[in-house]
Design a protein around this ligand. Structure first.
Ligand SMILES: Nc1ncnc2c1ncn2[C@@H]1O[C@H](COP(=O)(O)OP(=O)(O)OP(=O)(O)O)[C@@H](O)[C@H]1O
Ligand SMILES: [Mg+2]
Length: 276
């Protein structure tokens, strides 16, 4: 059993930069010596971000491609180390107490890895076994979650490699919820799903929060999703939170009370998410 020291996740001035070699086509004779072209560019993937999420809350991070959403999630999940700043999860530091932190959370991302030859159910039972959940309990629970996600029962026993990307995404979501973690990191859980599947997943996330107390961070490109699911929304652009609040507060920030969250986003970032 995990013990919490506080009821929240806290990020303080977290920063993560990447350094990339600039690729430049230099004229001859410099082109013969590419190793001399050492000009580097700095990518400020996460740039001075601070926020808190309490148990029971869904915190939404809304941003365009490349804005820093996944980097932020990877920092919280201990997959990346911050350059500076501090992240504590229910009182545990992600760097100093990474072992305790990992036990408290699960992450869903589009790059989820599975045993491709095993079925959806077998993959879920495998994960459950790592958490000491008995096979029988795991089978019942995995089947129930997959059904709630609108995953057809007759596809549960076929190999993962034969499932569509959307169906694999549902298995990834089921896997994250199998162990009832108290911190859930959902990195674009509905991107690439068809409208019906999207609704299934959103309904499931909503039901889970009623049933089981957890802190949830959800990243998305989808304004409507952020608006229906999230208690708080932060808009991220080039690694910075440029606005935050409830959907209502964000709309009132641009002095157009009738505007949609989409218009707020365009106004604040100068970008149109639909174009991505
Ligand atoms: N390991 C890495 N090395 C170098 N640059 C990286 C690395 N990971 C991310 N980046 C860069 O950091 C920036 C933020 O990337 P990130 O993946 O966090 O964005 P994102 O908001 O998740 O985008 P998307 O919506 O496409 O998933 C991008 O410019 C990306 O190219
Ligand atoms: Mg991403």
């Amino acid at each position: 059993m995990v013990t919490m020291r506080t009821d929240r996740l806290v990020l303080k001035q977290v920063q993560k930069f990447f350094y990339r070699k600039k690729i430049q086509q230099k004229p001859f004779p410099q082109s013969l010596f590419p190793f001399l072209q050492t000009e580097k560019e700095t990518i400020k993937a996460v740039d001075d971000i601070s926020f808190e999420v309490q148990l029971g809350q869904i915190y939404g991070v809304l941003g365009a491609n490349g804005s820093g959403k996944s980097t932020l999630i990877r920092l919280i999940s201990t997959l990346l180390l911050p350059d500076s700043g501090q992240i504590t999860i229910f009182g545990y530091d992600v760097v100093k107490n990474s072992y305790q932190v990992r036990k408290m959370m699960n992450r869903v991302s589009v790059d989820a890895a599975f045993f491709k030859r095993l079925s959806a159910l077998e993959n879920l039972i495998y994960t459950a076994r790592l958490y000491d959940i008995p096979v029988k309990t795991a089978t019942t629970k995995a089947t129930e979650i997959l059904e709630r996600l609108g995953f057809k029962a007759d596809r549960m026993d076929g190999g993962m490699e034969d499932l569509s990307r959307g169906m694999q995404q549902k298995v990834a979501i089921a896997r994250a919820f199998l162990t009832a973690p108290i911190l859930l990191l959902l990195d674009e859980p509905t991107t690439g799903l068809d409208p019906k599947s999207k609704r299934d997943v959103q309904a499931f996330i909503n039901e889970i929060r009623q049933e089981h107390e957890a802190a949830i961070i959800l990243t998305t490109h989808d304004m409507a999703e952020a608006e229906t699911l999230c208690d708080q929304i932060a808009i991220i652009d080039q690694g910075k939170f440029i606005a935050r609040g409830t959907a209502g507060q964000l709309k009132s920030q641009i002095n157009k009370p009738e505007s949609t969250l989409e218009e707020v986003f365009i106004e604040l970032t100068g970008k149109d998410l639909q174009e991505e």
